[in-house]
Design a protein around this ligand. Structure first.
Ligand code: SF4
Length: 70
């Protein structure tokens, strides 16, 4: 399974494209981070770690998860 990682230096977002259902919950909740038409499409430096963790938790497919630094 493919995994891609995007870090803001604190938390790391892990995205599994095969699981993504393109429900766009992430885009609705945190549009400054999730840019479906750009590369890289996740720009994790644009939000706080708390905002990222909250939005990742709303992903309905489980395609997004968090890897903490510690
Ligand atoms: S919320 Fe999850 S399933 Fe929906 S587009 Fe974002 S990563 Fe994909």
């Amino acid at each position: 399974m493919t995994t891609k990682e995007y870090t803001n230096g604190d938390v790391t977002i892990i995205w599994q494209p095969e699981k993504c259902q393109h429900a766009a919950e992430c885009v609705k909740n945190l549009p400054q981070v999730f840019h479906p038409k750009e590369k890289p499409w996740i720009q994790s430096q644009n939000a706080s770690s708390a905002e990222i963790v909250e939005t990742v938790g709303k992903c309905p497919s489980g395609a997004l998860t968090i890897k903490s630094k510690s």
